[in-house]
Write a protein that binds this ligand. Structure first.
Ligand SMILES: Cc1cc2nc3c(=O)[nH]c(=O)nc-3n(C[C@H](O)[C@H](O)[C@H](O)COP(=O)(O)OP(=O)(O)OC[C@H]3O[C@@H](n4cnc5c(N)ncnc54)[C@H](O)[C@@H]3O)c2cc1C
Ligand code: FES
Length: 271
């Protein structure tokens, strides 16, 4: 059992939760995830580690309240215990001095790119973050991201802050006007990561995406998280979750994401 120390509703349907998990905080690296089971009746939910403090022994995650399990998680409050919180899992992001790097985050991925921005900045990279949402009030962690980046570029679909449109439109505009990045990394919804990969493909910029397929055990045994990458089957939990976006078979990913949609809707209605 893991204790919730702090929990905040940081944007509509988006929650930030800090837990007491010294063993995970000691080992965590940017890009890794945990598997959370909110209570004994819930599913296993993979969630990216957004921040951690080795001295305080705390781990922070940002999650979107979407179906039955995340709704149950959202109901827990500081002082409550989480049934199971396992990690860190998956391979970390690759960190080096690449030069100029663009990090793209949308939805829960804004929290997901934060540790990557911090680690890449420490390696001496020029870090440009693209933070996207439908509207300004759905953005969060602006101050945190600005502190660890050279520049944060905002994209809102309604134009209430920064570029009017999606982050992939903003990035495409920048690339077409001659800006160059040595590497692009994207964390967020599958469609956004697909579009970012397509935006960078003509420019030959290596693009890393953080894949979020359905996971069950998170240890490579069940096969639920399989993806096709460069024609080979890979398991996101142990081979990823980060892959080269130009090598991912997006048709397979996008169709598998919807495989349990009907059951998920029923499960939420029954909850
Ligand atoms: C490696 C990895 C890292 C991840 N990191 C994060 C993270 O940091 N933060 C985060 O928030 N998520 C993250 N995810 C995604 C997260 O794991 C899922 O969102 C979560 O498991 C959903 O669980 P659920 O039971 O609440 O929703 P589910 O019931 O599994 O529902 C999910 C899907 O069903 C659909 N759905 C459910 N109910 C309804 C309904 N009533 N009407 C219409 N559609 C519906 C949703 O569109 C959604 O696509 C990550 C996933 C992976 C694999
Ligand atoms: S989640 Fe089961 S193999 Fe990856």
């Amino acid at each position: 059992m893991i204790k919730i120390l702090d929990k905040a509703h940081i944007a509509p349907n988006i929650h930030c939760c800090t837990v007491d998990a010294p063993d995970i905080a000691r080992k965590a690296k940017a890009g890794q995830f945990v598997i959370v089971i909110p209570d004994e009746f819930s599913e296993r939910i993979p969630i990216t580690i957004s921040d951690w403090d080795t001295e305080a022994g705390t781990v922070t995650i940002v999650f979107l309240e979407i179906g039955a399990a995340t709704q149950r998680f959202a109901e827990l409050q500081p002082g409550d215990t989480i049934y199971s919180f396992t990690g860190p899992l998956g391979r970390p992001f690759e960190f080096d001095n690449f030069g100029k790097v663009a990090l793209v985050g949308g939805c829960y991925g804004i929290g997901g790119i934060y540790p990557a921005a911090k680690a890449l900045k420490e390696k001496g990279n020029e870090v440009i973050c693209y933070s996207e949402a439908r509207s300004k009030f759905l953005l969060y962690w602006n101050d945190k991201l600005e502190k660890v980046s050279d520049e944060v570029r905002y994209a809102t679909v309604d134009g209430s802050l920064g570029f009017k449109g999606h982050a992939y439109d903003f990035l495409t505009t920048n690339l077409q006007s001659g800006e160059r990045f040595e590497r692009v990394m994207a964390v967020g919804c599958t469609y956004m990561m697909y579009r970012i990969s397509e935006a960078t493909r003509p420019f030959g910029i290596k693009t890393i995406v953080s894949m979020n397929p359905v996971m069950i055990d998170g240890t490579g045994m069940c096969g639920a998280c399989r993806l096709v990458v460069k024609g080979e089957t890979k398991f996101a939990c142990v081979d990823g979750p980060h892959f080269d976006g130009h090598q991912v078979d997006w048709d397979v990913v996008l169709s598998r994401r919807k495989a349990y949609l009907e059951e998920e809707i029923i499960s939420k209605e029954r909850w």
